[in-house]
Design a protein around this ligand. Structure first.
Ligand code: HEC
Ligand code: HEC
Ligand code: HEC
Ligand code: HEC
Ligand code: HEC
Length: 410
């Protein structure tokens, strides 16, 4: 081991060239699963920078304020060794997905090693060699790092092989060319070019009461089907596969999800208005964690542009339930609870994959000249803001305007 570290330091210092002359065998590298993103990033700069901004790099309780607040409440201090889940009394399951390299080594002290603190880091994915599904041999649930087999011998990737060309990044370096590169490399397209690369952490998590949480949900997106997750979430940007992985935290990505259209007509009883929401995604919208939600706001204006009617004033959930799109999980008595403590799904009003939904509104007032529809996305719901809101930065609590449409009456 000592010899390996010394060689590694020499290699890192000389960025490949020096090592190229001193390396004798392909096994002269530190354990692959302990290589930090910064070290990969020394060569893969663009990918490193994209990843650094992504929620994958910010997935642990040390960095993500929303997950961090909930983790501290349900588990404890992410810098302490030996903390357990307060409900199960066991090793915190959260880490299997939010800090997979720590979970693999059974640690809960997330600042102990760079790869722990980096969350879903380069080697989390690029040492995964096989997806085993979410069910263990004994029928129990296995998620996150537990759902995969990892390789200690070779980095895994879509193509794997050294392409034989002199790489532009670092003179003399190239995976798969054992004489010049410390990292052996294996081609693994069956994992890397399929949704299985993501499903171990993203398909679903069943809590102790059998309720699915932190999930993309039951969708048509299986292991071997298309479109793959990568086709939307990892596009080719500037000639390489982007690792920015935009999702709910990215306004531009959220705005792609839906087509909103609106019509309004005068009738006997008032203005008849129809709002259509069409989900363009291969999964639910909103998706993922149950506290994500959408709120549709309808307003009617008079000739002076004053609002003379709206579908809700304070609480859309009670005043106009159809305007709230979310997975509502509750305790057995129907009270809203944290997803991990939920015992039933009270309602699922999210738009399903590909769904087009029309909502009708009768606006029973005189003098309407325009009707407006606005769709807002919230990363966290009201209940959570009441519980942990003081620990969350303002922008995370602010509704995002996803889409708007206006119809004028003759
Ligand atoms: C010394 C510079 C260097 C370092 C450090 C480095 N790489 Fe690479 N990597 C390269 C080069 C150069 C290529 C292109 C190789 C080629 O085409 O032959 C490459 C290619 C790859 C590929 C694409 C292989 C394929 O064809 O599918 C992946 C994935 C990859 N690296 C991951 C990593 C990861 C993960 C790390 C950190 C553990 C890392 N690399 C560290 C230089 C480096
Ligand atoms: C969430 C899993 C995941 C993480 C984390 C991840 N990668 Fe990748 N990486 C992929 C997938 C999937 C591909 C695409 C494979 C394909 O289609 O051939 C890929 C492709 C690559 C490639 C090939 C370049 C290209 O244009 O296709 C390189 C190099 C690479 N990754 C390096 C890294 C580095 C460096 C990091 C950390 C900074 C990293 N990856 C983090 C999943 C991941
Ligand atoms: C080891 C587990 C793991 C793997 C594998 C993984 N992810 Fe993730 N991913 C996470 C976690 C955990 C988060 C949430 C981070 C947070 O918000 O705290 C996340 C976040 C995301 C987000 C951003 C969500 C947001 O709120 O903005 C997207 C998009 C995403 N992942 C897509 C993918 C895709 C596509 C793949 C496969 C190529 C993949 N992930 C593989 C664990 C994983
Ligand atoms: C047709 C394109 C498309 C495909 C295919 C797709 N997604 Fe998405 N995904 C999106 C868009 C657009 C959003 C943003 C809207 C939203 O957050 O619901 C999104 C959102 C997400 C989020 C953010 C959830 C959150 O709570 O912040 C995650 C995670 C995610 N997708 C993972 C996946 C995974 C995993 C797959 C494959 C099983 C996949 N997606 C397939 C387009 C796609
Ligand atoms: C099976 C994998 C998995 C496990 C286990 C898991 N999560 Fe997550 N979690 C995710 C993924 C993936 C996302 C991000 C995308 C989404 O919304 O689905 C996420 C998102 C979150 C978010 C939202 C973060 C944000 O920035 O908006 C919170 C909070 C959260 N998880 C808390 C927890 C807690 C607390 C635990 C443990 C009790 C836990 N999760 C266990 C996969 C998991």
């Amino acid at each position: 081991m000592r010899r390996h570290s010394a060689l590694w330091a020499a290699w890192a210092a000389a960025l490949g060239l020096l090592f190229a002359q001193t390396a004798s065998a392909n096994t002269d590298h530190p354990p692959l699963q302990q290589i930090s993103a910064a070290e990969c990033g020394a060569c893969h700069q663009a990918i490193f920078q994209e990843w650094q901004q992504s929620m994958h790099a910010n997935s642990t309780a040390l960095k993500d304020p929303i997950h961090g607040a909930m983790y501290r409440m349900m588990v404890g201090d992410p810098t302490q060794e030996g903390v357990t889940d307060k409900v199960s009394g066991k090793y915190p399951i959260c880490l299997q997905c939010h800090a997979p390299m720590a979970a693999k080594e059974g640690s809960t002290k997330l600042d102990a090693k760079p790869t722990y603190a980096e969350g879903v880091t380069c080697v989390s994915c690029h040492t995964m060699s096989h997806y085993n599904g979410l069910k263990a041999a004994d029928g129990s649930q296995q998620v996150g790092a537990k759902a995969y087999t990892f390789s200690n011998d070779a980095l895994q990737s879509g193509n794997g092989a050294w392409n034989g060309q002199q790489p532009a990044l670092v003179p003399g370096a190239g995976h798969g060319n054992p004489s010049v590169n410390p990292f052996p490399h294996a081609a693994n397209p069956l994992l890397f070019k399929r949704s299985s690369q993501c499903l171990g952490c993203h398909e679903k998590l069943i809590n102790a009461n059998g309720v699915a949480t932190c999930a993309i949900g039951e969708t048509a997106l299986g292991e071997g089907t298309t479109p793959t997750c990568q086709s939307c979430h990892m596009p080719v940007v500037n000639g390489h596969t982007s690792h920015a992985l935009p999702g709910g935290h990215d306004p531009a990505m959220v705005r792609r999800a839906v087509i909103l259209t609106l019509s309004a007509q005068s009738g006997d009883k008032g203005i008849q208005s129809k709002v259509t929401l069409q989900n363009k995604l291969a999964h639910d919208f909103p998706t993922g964690a149950p506290f994500r939600n959408l709120v549709l706001k309808i307003t009617a204006m008079d000739a002076a542009s004053q609002i003379i009617w709206q579908n809700f004033k304070e609480n859309p959930l009670t005043e106009d339930p159809q305007a709230v799109l979310m997975l509502k999980v509750t305790d057995s008595e129907g009270k809203p609870v944290m997803p991990m403590l939920a015992s039933k799904v009270a309602a699922d009003t999210r738009l399903q994959a590909g769904e087009s939904r029309t909502l009708d509104y009768l606006i029973p007032v005189q003098g309407v000249v325009a009707v407006r529809a606005e769709l807002y996305y919230n990363l966290v719901n009201k209940g959570m803001i009441e519980k942990i809101g003081d620990q969350l930065p303002e922008p995370l609590k602010r509704p995002l305007l996803v889409s708007r449409a206006e119809a004028r009456l003759p």
